[in-house]
Design a binder for this molecule. Structure first.
Ligand SMILES: [Zn+2]
Ligand SMILES: [Zn+2]
Length: 302
């Protein structure tokens, strides 16, 4: 990262399942995965199929690190929730196989099942040939709560704290959380990713509330970027109301109320073609001119 101190990059934008349309897609076919990082501190949000190309990108950096330093290469992975579209890339994430890597998994216990158990279940021999203990990386697991924060001092190892016991840093790289209840069957976590006085809100897999959700609006207030679920057009939303996803109108309303600088429409429906998506974007821009479709490879640097 020679020309900037902080990078945010998108690796997967689809909801539900990955797509590979015969006509191609300019927005990308991988499911949810985004990354925020400084030169040595890396946080990945969700492990949809987008984490697979991200893992390949990290391998040369990990090998380089190994030549220069003795300590492990730390990567923090935070999960919004554990639906399959947000997990399916994990067994194919190259760094999970590398012994010099230490992965810090942070995510929600769901419907009474511990977060670590959920990840271990995904790679039971009935589903995947390599078990969690056979992946050669070092691994730590943490159940998240609404009081969890993550921050970094100078090291690449995350400091995972609870706001009731300790205050997070108010500068540098840090992440705070909010639980959102309107996503079946046990809600989802939203992330406030901060770098000094900059702020990015990652809010996927949420269904808007009528007249907006003041908690989310406050959480997202004045953000540089709001990434908001916008799976549906208005017509589609009428058919899938209650499924836990938003129409682009809900995303635009929240962006407007929260006074964000940019809105990225996210969790694209796998049934929507590029033409459908472009029409959705045009309609969104009538409501909130700084709206655009999230796209694989999109990045923001400070
Ligand atoms: Zn999803
Ligand atoms: Zn979901």
């Amino acid at each position: 990262m020679p020309d900037h101190k902080f990078l945010f990059k998108i690796y997967g934008v689809r909801g539900s399942y990955p797509v590979s349309p015969t006509g191609g897609t300019q927005f990308g076919g991988n499911t949810t995965c985004v990354m925020a990082r400084t030169s040595n501190q890396i946080v990945i949000f969700d492990a949809g199929s987008g984490i697979i190309p991200l893992g390949k990108e990290l391998v040369p950096e990990i090998l380089e690190h190994q030549k220069k330093e003795n300590g492990p290469f730390h990567i923090t992975l935070m999960f919004t929730h554990t639906h399959i579209d947000h997990l399916l890339g994990l067994p194919y994430f190259a760094p999970i196989y590398m012994p010099q890597v230490h992965l810090h998994f942070i995510g929600p216990a769901t419907v009474g099942v511990d977060f670590e158990t959920i990840l271990r279940t995904q790679v039971l021999p009935q589903y995947f040939p390599v078990s969690m203990d056979e992946f050669r990386s070092q691994k730590s697991f943490y159940n998240i709560s609404e009081n969890t924060f993550v921050h970094f001092n100078n090291s690449s190892e995350p400091i995972i704290g609870d706001v009731r016991q300790q205050k997070p840093n108010n500068s540098g790289f840090r992440i705070e959380t909010m639980k959102y209840y309107f996503h079946p069957k046990d809600g989802t976590y939203l992330y406030n990713i901060q770098w000094n006085n900059h702020k990015i809100i990652f809010a996927t897999d949420i269904e808007g509330y009528k007249s907006g959700d003041q908690r989310l609006i406050n959480f997202a207030r004045n953000a540089d970027i709001l990434i908001h679920d916008a799976q549906y057009t208005e017509e589609q939303y009428r058919m899938f109301c209650g499924y836990g996803h938003s129409s682009f109108v809900m995303a635009c309303d929240t962006a407007q109320e929260a006074n964000v600088k940019k809105l990225l429409l996210f969790h694209h429906d796998p049934n929507n073609s590029d033409q459908d998506l472009l029409a959705l974007e045009q309609n969104a821009q009538k409501l909130f001119p700084a709206a655009e479709l999230a796209k694989e490879g999109w990045s923001w640097k400070v």
